[in-house]
Structure formats: C-alpha cells, structure tokens
Design a protein around this ligand. Sequence first.
Ligand code: G
Ligand code: G
Ligand code: MN
Ligand code: NA
Length: 254
Amino acid sequence: LQWLQDLRVALERGQFRLVYQPKFMSPDGPVIGAEALLRWQHPVHGMVGPDDFIALAERSGLIIPIGAWVLDEACRQMREWLTLGYQDWKIAVNLSALQFNDPQLLDVVQAVLEKHQLPPHCLTLEVTESTAMYDTASSMQTLQKIADLGVDISIDDFGTGYSSLLYLKRLPANELKIDRGFVRDLSAGTEDAAIVSAIVALGRTLNLRIVAEGVETEVQQAFLTSVGCDALQGYLMGRPVPPEQFLQAIQPQQ
Ligand code: G
Ligand code: G
Ligand code: MN
Ligand code: NA
C-alpha cells in the first residue's frame, strides 16, 4: 500500500526517468534509434525498474498518466536528437495493455507529436504480442489509426505470447522483436536457432523489420546477422543509459 501511495506522488514530484538503449542496423551498422526504458528514482529504495512497479501501475490505472509522461518525455528527447541532425532515428516507447485499450490513446499520441513537432515516422510504439493480441475491436481500430498517422508499430517479445498468425497478419505492424528468451542460448544448430530462423522467415513474409533483443555475445550477433535480422539490440552493442550519456555511448570503441 505504501508503494501505491509512493507511485501516486512519484509523478507529481518528477521521480520518473527514462534511460535509452540503442538499436543498431546489423552488422556493425549505424544506430537506427533507441528504446526508452522507464526507471523510478525512489527517494528511499533508489533506482527501481519497471518490473517492480508496472504491474501495480496497471492495476491502479496509474499506468495511463505514467505512460503519457513516458511518451511526452521520449518525444521531447527525440526532438532534441532530431534537431542535432539524427533525422533517421526512431524513438521506441513501450505500451502497456491498459494504454492500448484506452480510447484516448490516439489523441494522446497525436497531441504529443504535435507538441514536439515530431514527424510520426520518428516514433515507434512497442506492444507485446499478448497485448496486441488482446482483441477488442476498438483497440484494433485505435492501433490502425495510429499506424495511419505514420507511427511505427512494433510487436515486442515476439514468440512468448499465443498469437494466431491470422491475427498477426491483420496487425498494422512494421517491426517484430524476437524475444530475448530465444537469443539467450543461441548458437548454430540449436533449437533456438531453428526458431529464430523461422521467425525471421515469417517476418520477411509479412514485410516486417526484424529486430533481435538481448544480444550479449558475438556468437549471437553473428548468427542473427547471418539469418537476416535487420537490427540488433543488447548489452553487447549498448546498455540502456541516461540521455546525457547516449551520444557518447554509441561512439564506436577505439
Ligand atoms: O527496462 P527493463 O530493462 O528493466 O524493462 C523491463 C520491462 O519493463 C520490459 O518488459 C519493458 O518492456 C518494460 N518497460 C520498460 N519501460 C516501460 C514503459 O515505459 N512502459 C511500459 N508499459 N513498460 C515498460
Ligand atoms: O520487454 P522489453 O523488450 O521492452 O524489455 C527490454 C528489457 O530488456 C529491459 O529490461 C532491458 O534493460 C533489457 N535488456 C536489454 N538488453 C539486454 C541484454 O542484452 N540482455 C538482457 N538480459 N537484458 C537486456
Ligand atoms: Mn520493448
Ligand atoms: Na521485449
């Protein structure tokens, strides 16, 4: 209960932060953007990760205003990078199921793009497979309208949900992120290798950009590149960092 109380004041007191993890075009390619990841600078418990409070934020409905803050802050940061000349980057924001089912989401997205004068193609919304498959006609329509604006839709944690392929086909998605559970023990000849290859082939057929997440080793990187992943994200290439460290962190190591 204390946590819920704390969560309520966290927004007013400005205790949320975003860290940014780069996505790279593979192999060794340029940065194509970043994923914004939420952190809570708790006055007593220090830095708290989303796994420890997103569920509570969802149950209490606080994820709606928190999610709106995340969108606003991520777009503000993207505007800054755009002004510095990073025209081709996209900023990716994670969306929770509750936000996805919020009829206001379209307005919120439109307003934030306008506020920061951000071209829609600079924003990617990541929805998990289970979130995206949670079918209500209206949330599907909302997603379609957001996609029609020119905002990218990414299917996060792909392979962990229970999606029907028919449903996947109908989703207005541009990107598919292979869940890091398939990447963790990845090397040629393994069961995970077969699964990853199949996901890449599926993504190709559906015209989706394919991103692998959780890339931690050169072996994983080499395999993912060899089967044709379009982009890579993971500790090997870049950890999530605060915005003031981001441009420095993506410099190639000498
Ligand atoms: O950031 P971390 O590295 O710990 O993320 C843990 C989980 O929290 C991931 O599943 C990620 O998608 C989710 N997450 C991170 N930031 C946000 C956010 O701003 N909103 C929502 N809904 N989920 C987030
Ligand atoms: O579910 P989502 O993809 O949004 O989750 C992103 C989460 O993955 C964040 O918690 C982020 O910190 C974490 N992450 C990013 N790169 C790596 C990695 O290379 N290895 C591991 N184990 N986690 C990672
Ligand atoms: Mn994500
Ligand atoms: Na993921």
